[in-house]
Design a protein. Structure first.
Length: 486
């Protein structure tokens, strides 16, 4: 099913417009910089000149992906609103980052999260932590990129691979040229586009449902659980409960926002620790609002489908929102809303490209030694941006399972161990590099075993990985101290 030519034109104009916006920042990196430190601050941290509110928007746009915007409504369409319990944990996790992790990032001139690990555990552990990030983020972003193929295949009825190539190529272009400033300000524009699109979708759905909100209430009551948003059960196999949301969601956010270079890079781009704190906490409020909107859209889609079915028998629920946009939206408005979904994908990809390049160039001694000169540093940074763009394009061609949960599961396997490493360095003064490495391997092994051999939900993986890493790391560090003392 193809969309109206006007809608297609809107999507194309948007793609070209946001690329042009990012390209505006190209001239910044051609100014005279005399050293790699200045060049790094400019290319990877935007010169630390962005206001806190722009960073807050950028954080939200980065953590919100196409698989979120189409996957979250699919969850409430098929189930209920209990996913929102995970967002409660997101808020708690942000507060914990502000209290325990953020101060450490501002006790020096750090460009990546893993420079803090080197300060505490040495160069080898910095490389281990950075490698964990690079591999995990590349795969997780590949899942997100594949969501673009799903949307475009519904809209245009064309090749999924071609859609991935076009979107990633344009994103590489403005990220390659504009660096972090381009990423932040295109994120701001893209957040406004997709939040406006989501609000319009919600209102139009409500208008199209016969009987409006009263009909929604009746259908939800007949189903018995569509508006349920709290589940106090302790079943570890249930993905979304109050406890897995509050505890698991807090550890999830501490890992993704406190140790993942993609988000930490935005925190480091703030003018001061105070601005960084404001950016992170205010982003939590925006995230809560947007997930409420996404989940309500899913419930309204369920009610709408009782009158006019959208999915064929056996068709994956991730297609429900794109199908509604193509079939039911007025001409012109459908193009705007489809552009908003593409906006999210480009925002994610640009942020990941810049952070992957930053970690590659700055976290490995061999590359740091090749980038002392500012011009050479910029050339190497752009080369890494291009290389990682090709990697993401490759992962985008892979066929994944249910999109939202696939992405979260990929991140949850190793990032709990990475969080445990940061907590070990922060809270255990006796921890050493040998213990930290042993702890990370133990944490990853336990999480992989839980994933493979149990039915425990992915929402607990961050907690399990962090705790095992911390306790094994502490124990091995003390055993190593005892042996060296004897």
């Amino acid at each position: 099913m193809r969309i109206h030519p006007l809608d297609l034109a809107i999507v194309i104009v948007y793609l070209l417009g946001v690329t042009a916006l990012g390209m505006r920042f190209r001239r910044t990196h051609h100014s005279a910089t005399t050293d790699s430190t200045t060049a790094g601050r400019e290319y990877f941290l935007g010169g630390r000149s962005a206001p806190w509110w722009a960073l807050a928007f950028s954080i939200v746009a980065t953590e919100t992906s196409t698989l979120t915007i189409i996957g979250t409504p699919a969850i409430s369409y098929a189930g209920n609103l209990t996913f929102i319990q995970l967002v409660f944990g997101y808020l708690i996790g942000r507060v914990l980052i502000v209290l325990f992790l953020l101060p450490g990032y501002f006790r020096g001139e750090f460009f990546t999260a893993y420079a803090l690990i080197e300060k505490r555990f040495g160069e080898r552990m910095r490389a281990v932590a950075a490698s964990t990030f690079l591999i995990t983020r590349a795969i997780a972003e590949g899942v997100r990129v594949s969501a673009i193929a799903l949307v475009v295949s519904v809209v245009l009825g064309t090749s999924e691979k071609l859609a991935v190539v076009i979107v990633i190529a344009l994103t590489i272009l403005y990220t390659f040229e504009g660096g972090m400033k381009a990423v932040i300000w295109t994120d701001v524009a893209q957040l406004f586009v997709y939040m406006t699109g989501s609000a319009v979708t919600l209102l139009l759905l409500l208008q199209r449902i016969p009987g409006g909100w009263s009909e929604v209430s009746q259908v939800a009551a007949a189903e018995g659980h569509k508006f349920q948003f709290i589940d106090f059960s302790w079943n570890l196999a249930t993905k979304y409960t109050f406890w897995s949301g509050l505890i698991g969601g807090a550890f999830l956010t501490m890992a993704t926002h406190g140790t993942d270079q993609t988000i930490v890079q935005r925190l480091l781009a703030a003018k001061s620790e105070r601005d960084s704190r404001w950016a992170l906490l205010s982003s939590g409020v925006i995230v809560l609002v947007q997930f409420v909107v996404f989940l309500l859209i899913g419930v309204l889609l369920f009610v709408f489908a009782q009158h006019w079915p959208l999915l064929a028998a056996g068709e994956r629920t991730d297609r429900i929102l794109p199908l509604f946009l193509v079939r039911e939206m007025p001409v012109g408005l459908a193009g705007l809303l489809l552009a908003s979904i593409v906006a999210v994908a480009m925002s994610n990809a640009s942020g990941s490209l810049n952070s992957l390049a930053a970690s590659s160039v700055l976290d490995f001694a061999r590359l740091r030694g090749r980038s002392a000169d500012a011009r050479q540093f910029l050339r190497l940074s752009r080369g890494m941006t291009l290389a990682w763009g090709l990697v993401l394009m490759g992962f985008g061609f892979v066929k994944w399972g249910p999109l939202l949960e696939a992405g979260l599961t990929v991140v949850s396997l190793p990032f709990g161990s990475l969080l445990g490493l940061f907590l070990l360095g922060t809270f255990d003064g006796r921890a050493n590099a040998r213990g930290a490495l042993a702890g990370m391997f133990a944490g990853l092994a336990v999480v992989l075993s839980v994933f493979q051999f149990t039915k425990v939900a992915y929402t607990w993986y961050f907690l399990i990985g962090a705790c095992v890493t911390f306790f094994v790391g502490s124990l091995v560090s003390r055993l190593a101290d005892t042996k060296s003392a004897t």
